[in-house]
Design a protein around this ligand. Structure first.
Ligand code: R5P
Length: 303
């Protein structure tokens, strides 16, 4: 029996490509709102015995989490053998500690919530900082897709003499992988965040950037302030305008516009979250990771 992919509306494009790669069936999931804002979810599929993949990138997680739970529980009630989650962007990973007394450690609470909803999780480059591995946080099988090969390939193809710049210490993990895959140099800056929109980053080493194209790489862009601060240094140093490469393009409010105005040459992102800057497709590696989870379930049911 073919697996059935149930996609949230924002993710229909990527979910369709992943379904084709998987030779799975893209099922029909209806999500409508009552006038008071409550959600009505409806699965228009026969699910008896099926392995179901719920496809929902978790940007806007506060809006999507409850509907996700409704879908997963309903799929089980309709007889699904297993229910997994492909969430190219995994929310709340940055709130991985209690920074001020009384704060919720949302990464942990959200992990418990998802574990109670689904049997497995596939995501793309989760923001791992104080938590070393996703397995340390989740007690269900998890698989992390690395976007580095796709990013490296895009940079090699599109950028002349690139030098990668990671804007903060956490970015070293992604930047080093991409630079390794693309065989290009990189440097990592230091960041101090003083508020949601107040960010300072250290200046890059200009000597290594003369006659090169600076490529700013970040896993998440939210307010855009991190990349804007780095781009402003480049401009002050009289270096060429940078290309910005983003894994998860959250781009809250007018962040995309502000970043464009900060004198960057080009902004490109992966399609982990649907956004006009999408230019790097992840359907294949996501499909491979989902196939791995489905194969594990199949093995688990063998006599
Ligand atoms: C956090 O450290 C992440 O890696 C990003 O650098 C951060 O989320 C970017 O946020 P913003 O765009 O709001 O500066």
């Amino acid at each position: 029996m073919k697996p059935i992919v149930l996609s949230f509306p924002d993710d229909a494009g990527l979910a369709g490509s992943v379904s084709r790669e998987l030779q799975a069936r893209l099922g029909s999931l209806e999500w409508r709102h009552f006038p008071d804002g409550e959600s009505l979810l409806r699965i228009e599929e026969t699910l008896a015995g099926a392995d179901v993949v719920v496809f929902a990138s978790l940007d806007g997680a506060d809006r999507k989490a409850l509907p996700l739970r409704f879908v997963a529980d309903t799929a089980r009630e309709l007889g699904a053998r297993s229910v997994g989650l492909a969430a190219p962007y995994l929310a709340y990973m940055r709130q991985d500690a209690r920074f001020r007394p009384g704060e919720a450690i949302a990464a942990r609470v959200f992990a418990r919530f998802l574990e109670q909803s689904v049997d497995w999780l596939v995501t793309v480059d989760p923001h791992l900082h104080r938590i070393a591995a996703l397995e340390d946080l989740y007690r269900i099988p998890v698989a992390c897709v690395e976007s580095a090969p796709e990013l490296a390939e895009w940079i090699r193809r599109e950028v002349r003499d690139p030098v990668l710049i990671g804007p903060d210490e956490e970015s070293a993990q992604w930047v080093a992988d991409i630079a390794g895959a693309a065989r290009i140099p990189y440097q990592v800056l230091h960041k101090q965040r003083r508020g949601d929109r107040q960010v300072e980053v250290s200046a890059p080493d200009p000597e290594r950037l003369r006659d090169a194209t600076p490529v700013l790489v970040d896993d998440i862009v939210s307010t855009g302030r991190t990349l804007i601060a780095a781009a402003e240094h480049l401009r002050r140093l009289g270096l060429p305008p940078p290309v910005c490469v983003v894994i998860h393009p959250l781009f809250s409010d007018n962040a995309h516009e502000l970043l464009k105005r900060a004198g960057v040459e080009r902004i490109v992102s992966t399609d982990s979250i649907r956004h006009p800057s999408n230019g790097i497709g992840l359907a294949r590696p996501i499909a491979r990771a989902v196939a791995g989870q489905l194969a594990r379930i199949e093995r688990g049911t063998e006599p």
